[in-house]
Every structure is written in C-alpha cells, then in structure tokens.
Design a protein around this ligand. Structure first.
Ligand SMILES: Cc1cc2nc3c(=O)[nH]c(=O)nc-3n(C[C@H](O)[C@H](O)[C@H](O)COP(=O)(O)OP(=O)(O)OC[C@H]3O[C@@H](n4cnc5c(N)ncnc54)[C@H](O)[C@@H]3O)c2cc1C
Length: 352
C-alpha cells in the first residue's frame, strides 16, 4: 500500500538532474524514461563571475521535471500492483510494538507490521530525524522558465552550476524546452533582498552577468516559485540501539546529500531497493540501516566537503582555479559524489 499526500501531479523543488544511477534504477524498475521526453545532459559548465570552466560529465544525465517523473513513477507503481492512495496525508500514532498504527486522513487507522518511511523532507511527528548539526540558514527556490531560443541552444546538453557570493544556482533544460533554475541562497541575503523571490532574482541577475544573459527575456512558467528552508544537508540516519526493526527509512529520511551533487534521487531509489531486498530476505530494518549507512555515508561526507568549500569566497576561487587547470577534476568530483558503483551493482544484482 502506497499513501501519497498529493492528489495529483505537482511540481517539487529539485534541480531535476537525473544521474546515471537514478536512470539505471528507474529503467530497471521498468519505467520507460525515453517516453517521458527528458533532455540529455552530457556536460557540466561551472561559472563564477566571468570565469567559465566546462567539462564532459562521466555519464549522460537527464533533465526531467519532477512533475512528470513522479507522476509516471506513481502510475507505474500502481500498474505494478501497489494499492495507491492519493491525496491522503499519513501519520503514525503507535510505533512501539510489532504492529504499527498508520493514520490515513480519510481512511482512519491502518494496522501494518512493516512501514517504509519515504516522506522526503517532511518528518512525521513520531519519527523525526535528529541531525547531528542544525541545518544552515539556507533557502532554496525553483522556477521553470521559457528562455529565448539562443539561450535555450546555449544550454543544450549542459548543466550549469553558477557560484555567487551568497549561494549557487543550477540551470538546465528539462522536457519540452523548459529551463529549470534551482538555487540555494543564504537566508540573511534573502532578507537583504527584501525577503521576496522577485527581490532576490533581481539582485541575482544584477550581480551575475551569466544568469542575466541566460534569463534576460525569460518568461516564468510557474505561478510562483517552489521554496524550501533549512534542509539538513549531511544528515545520515544512525539507528538508536532500541530502534524498531520494522520501520525502514528511505530517501531523505535516511540521508540528505547536498543538492549540487544531483544524486538525492539516486540515493532514494538505491535505499528503496536495498530496503526491499532486506525486507524480502527477512533480515530486518536494523541490518538494512547498517547497510545503507555503509553505502551512502562517505558519498554524503565528500559532497559536504565540496559544498562547504564552495560556500566560502576563497574556496570558490580555489575551486575555479583547480577546475580551470584540470577541467577533468570536475568530472572526478561528480564521480565521487555518487552512490558507489559497487553498491549499485550489488543492489541491481539482488533485484534479479
Ligand atoms: C534545492 C534542491 C535541489 C535538488 N536537486 C536534485 C537534483 O537535481 N537531482 C537529484 O537527484 N536530487 C536533487 N535533490 C534531492 C532530491 O530532491 C531528494 O533527495 C529526493 O527527492 C528524495 O526522495 P524522497 O523519496 O526521499 O522524497 P520526495 O521526493 O520528497 O518524496 C516524498 C513524498 O512523500 C509525500 N509525503 C510527504 N509527507 C507525507 C505524508 N505525511 N503522507 C503522505 N505522503 C507524504 C510527498 O508528497 C512526496 O511525494 C534536490 C534537493 C533540493 C532541496
């Protein structure tokens, strides 16, 4: 049984960059990605002020909106036999025993002996995550744009990561020629820009000539931007000794990788597969959590290190200088922030 809060397709805040592992898992699950019309991304362009460094990615990524992907995945689950309940918010009331009480908005209490917790950034009251360090004062925004044809062509097959003084932005094409701008900025800077998306975007375009060029005649395609605040980047779930052996945490509930790595969906899918195989083998959530921590902790740690360096102006300069000298190092950074290939191969093997 799959309970989803949203009643119909919705936009989600996300860079909408599907890594090789994300695509591999989706295809392995039987989703026809080709039919969804994403945009192939083969190159990375790192931009800071007037400096641009470009390199080939170590894999072909795909730009595809969460609006389209998540809906296709839910429908696929339903066609594959899941009992799908849409427009229903779930909460849990009793998690102590072998039977868990899940309260579903309009259906009342469902008693289950296994729960796969995949609520993403939203914590259920009884099952809150407890990050070791408090989340930073960062705000995320996402907006889709229709840009002019010259800029659309310039973005063909590229993801652009644009570093600026108070954060960074990712810019890439998704399906139907739409362009996704997804950015993270310091909360204090948002306040200094008047506390609004419009103020922040205006200031960003004024101070960042590259984004100014890309978005000069752009038309926003969403009525308002998607936002997020205080994401617990770096969190990796460490099960307490007395944790329930029948609650499996998936995706952002088990680990949160800095967004620039573009592998949060890969981690979510990997965790789903590893959890399912542990469940089917009867080895329990405790063993699953140890395995998944082993699979993703160093990837998240490395991404955190790069991310912290990029938050600091000398770090940004160092990063650009290093990337300028050896553009292939960007490709190496992209490889180091993915779910390790050995873990993916093992999980894929278990799927068969
Ligand atoms: C700014 C930003 C940019 C990112 N960019 C990328 C990127 O480019 N590529 C990438 O791979 N990853 C990216 N990520 C990370 C990625 O979005 C997440 O890691 C991934 O979506 C996690 O998947 P999930 O299944 O855990 O959660 P989600 O994808 O958030 O799914 C959770 C689902 O649970 C539902 N739900 C929540 N609460 C309830 C409830 N109580 N009852 C019922 N349903 C509920 C929600 O409606 C939602 O559908 C980004 C993250 C951020 C913040």
């Amino acid at each position: 049984m799959l309970v989803e809060r949203e009643a119909s397709a919705t936009h989600k805040i996300c860079g909408e960059f599907l890594s090789a592992e994300t695509q591999g898992y989706l295809r392995r699950l039987g989703l026809d990605l080709g039919a969804l019309g994403g945009h192939v991304i083969s190159h990375l362009r790192l931009v800071r002020q007037k400096t641009i460094v470009e390199t080939a990615l170590p894999f072909n990524a795909l730009g595809l909106s969460r609006y389209r992907l998540d809906e296709a995945l839910l429908n696929h689950a339903s066609r594959s036999g899941a009992l799908l309940w849409r427009g229903q918010r779930a909460s849990v009331s009793d998690i102590r025993g072998p039977v868990i009480d899940v309260d579903v908005q309009s259906a009342g209490t469902i008693r289950t002996n296994t729960l796969f917790l995949a609520t993403g950034k939203h914590d259920l009251r009884e099952l809150r995550r407890h990050p070791e360090t408090p989340p930073e004062d960062l705000v995320g925004f996402k907006m889709h744009f229709d840009v002019d044809s010259a800029q659309r062509d310039a973005l063909a097959n590229h993801i652009e990561l644009v570093l600026f003084a108070h954060g960074y932005a990712g810019l890439q094409r998704v399906e139907d020629g739409r362009v996704n701008l997804c950015l993270l900025a310091e909360g204090s800077w948002l306040k200094a820009c008047g506390g609004s998306w419009e103020g922040l975007l205006e200031e960003l375009l004024r101070t960042c000539p590259h984004l100014q060029r890309r978005l000069s005649n752009a038309v926003p395609l969403l009525s308002q931007p998607l936002t997020i605040y205080r994401v617990p980047y770096g969190f990796v779930y460490n099960p307490p000794a007395n944790s329930a052996d029948n609650i499996y945490r998936l995706g952002d509930q088990v680990g949160v990788i800095p967004s620039f790595s573009g592998d949060g969906m890969g981690i979510a899918l990997h965790s789903g597969v590893v959890a399912a195989t542990h469940y089917l083998a009867g080895s329990g959530a405790g063993n699953y959590h140890r395995q998944i921590r082993h699979d993703i902790a160093s990837q998240i740690w490395r991404a955190g290190l790069l991310y912290r360096a990029s938050r600091w102006a000398p770090g940004q300069r160092l990063f650009m200088g290093w990337a300028g000298l050896t553009p292939r190092s960007l490709s190496l950074a992209a490889s180091l922030t993915r779910v390790p290939p050995s873990a993916v191969t093992r999980a894929m093997g278990l799927m068969s």
